[in-house]
Design a protein around this ligand. Structure first.
Ligand SMILES: NC(=O)c1ccc[n+]([C@@H]2O[C@H](COP(=O)([O-])OP(=O)(O)OC[C@H]3O[C@@H](n4cnc5c(N)ncnc54)[C@H](OP(=O)(O)O)[C@@H]3O)[C@@H](O)[C@H]2O)c1
Length: 324
């Protein structure tokens, strides 16, 4: 199939592009040419900029499907759709679990209530990211109807992840010993392997499937404590999780949801995506692959979490409890 990916150079889009190429599809990539421009030699590229609305390079060509990984505001969708006209078959939009109202609870599906759409700003921040994605979804649905497919990933993890949320725990667990957790080890958590997300997208495109799909993982329910142990198992290390007060680290902590309402958001159902064929890579496999990638790139400083020195100070405060 002829597939146009709007994006494809960093993490989620990169995994999607790799999967399409593995299956031998005819791919075209659209981006500004700043990120991952050395990837996928031989794959045709069209240059443009969604921020300035420059889609001139898409004036020619027709595609069976468009996979939009890089739309964050409804104008991005509206302008891309306007530029493509009827030359695109299916429009697959990579949305986010952030479209949902906080909460939801075990098994919440795609009909869970969403936040109101945001159309009054293009500032993407903690409070506007989800509502802007809701507005993007509305734009996709109103323009494409049955030709629209919406995928709502939760937190995605895997090699080339730029967010560091899962990578922090992979790296920390590999170091072993007492691990400070500013949160509840029993908190539910959901982390989806980027390759599982990519497979889902390819299946939805090749199967010409409309609809809305939650994309969360892994298959079995997991807690934060369990996730850290899975990361340790992947690294062959031994860890002892030491809970410390969640307020001990201002600004939040990777995968920790101190507010129990937000923790409920980590229990969404991916039943529809699984029925469509989304695989369920075991967490230990994702962790092992992230560990190998992180080591291969030389373990650069992460944007989140604690440095070993900061963690030692917290653990000293936590006393002898959990020592081992
Ligand atoms: N990571 C997660 O946990 C997670 C969770 C839920 C949803 N998501 C969704 O997944 C997507 C993020 O994927 P990703 O960044 O990893 O995707 P990606 O497709 O691998 O990388 C982003 C691509 O977008 C291009 N791009 C960025 N700004 C652009 C612009 N103004 N005009 C044209 N192209 C532009 C970049 O290339 P250039 O820089 O060369 O332009 C790059 O190729 C988002 O839609 C996000 O909401 C992610």
């Amino acid at each position: 199939m002829r597939v146009l990916v709007l994006g494809g150079g960093s993490f989620v889009g990169r995994a999607i592009a790799e999967d399409f190429l593995r299956e031998g599809h005819e791919l075209t990539l659209f981006s500004r040419g700043r990120t991952g421009s050395g990837l996928f030699p031989g794959v045709p590229r069209r240059a443009g900029d969604r921020d300035t609305g420059d889609y001139a390079s898409l004036r020619e060509g027709a595609w069976d499907a468009v996979v939009d990984v890089s739309a964050y505001v409804p104008r991005h969708v509206a302008q891309a759709a306007g530029a493509l006209g009827e030359r695109a078959g299916r429009y697959v939009f990579i949305s986010s679990n952030a479209v949902y109202r906080p909460g939801g609870g075990p098994g919440a599906d795609e009909d869970a209530p969403r936040l109101p759409p945001e159309r009054g700003t293009e500032e993407i921040g903690r409070d506007t990211y989800g509502p802007l994605k809701v507005a993007c979804e509305e734009e996709v649905l109103s323009r494409y109807g049955r030709r629209a497919t919406i995928v709502r990933p939760g937190i995605v993890a895997g090699p080339y992840d730029q967010q560091d949320l899962f990578t922090y725990w992979v790296r920390r667990a590999a170091r072993g010993g007492r691990v400070a957790l500013p949160g509840d080890p029993g908190q539910p958590v959901q982390v989806l392997d980027s390759r599982d997300l990519a497979r889902l997208v390819v299946l939805l495109v090749t199967g010409d499937r409309p609809g809305v799909f939650n994309a969360v993982g892994p298959a079995e329910p997991v807690t934060l404590g369990g996730l850290i142990q899975a990361c340790a198992a992947a690294a062959g290390s031994r860890v002892r999780v030491v809970p410390v007060p969640s307020g001990a680290v201002p600004g939040g902590f990777p995968l920790v949801r101190a507010d129990p309402v937000w923790a409920l958001s980590f229990q969404r159902s991916a039943a529809r995506a699984r029925a469509a064929g989304m695989p369920a890579t075991p967490l230990e496999v994702t962790a092992a692959d992230v560990l190998a990638w992180d080591r291969g790139r030389g373990e650069p400083p992460l944007a989140v979490g604690l440095s070993p020195r900061e963690e030692d100070a917290l653990l000293a405060g936590a006393g002898r409890e959990g020592r081992g």
